[in-house]
Design a protein. Sequence first.
Length: 215
Amino acid sequence: MPPDLPANDFSQQALRTDVAGMPLEWVDYRDAVRLYCLGQVAYSCGSLLYRVRGGISSRSGLRSTVEVNSIIATVGRSPDLGGGPRDYVPPLNNKTLFRRDSNLCLYCGLVFQSRELTRDHVTPLSQGGGDAWNNVVTACRRCNNHKGGRTPEQAGLQLVAVPFTPTYAEYIYLKGRRVLADQMEFLLAHIPRSSPLHRRLARSLREKREPAWIR
Ligand SMILES: [Zn+2]
């Protein structure tokens, strides 16, 4: 089932939700088309992402076409969320951690490229701190070296933001390669107003630009 329109951007992912509109995951165009073909798409919203031509129907003799939207609500099995989206704790990895912190070193407040950043344990592991979202921050090498095996207080450092555990919707947002405005708006509705990400997303939407992910 080859893509037919060169203008279609097949690198753009669609946001898959459950029937109730709970964001579930990003799907590439192959998975999205599969969901349509399996009849698992209950409804879709957002903008048209791509139009894919299928085979010729033996009944009508016409070529089938699948149109994939930026947000697709699906029936069927959802990814395993353990205790459900509410209790979900996303896996911790540096890529998502740096995005959570907008590639800012939370000690000196400067922006760095991802390869120049490290994961710092606010309360060091050696002092009983955990390797968990609420105890890790993005730090540049210089600040991390300076801090060493000390707490910020012991090292005379101050955090410019408080580390937090992303909710499921926030995690999906942070994992998005490129998030379209309509997808951002949709995710925003699932992100608590008190979250620092809520503010950041709302600003991006207002300024009509996607947040610049620094690689
Ligand atoms: Zn720094």
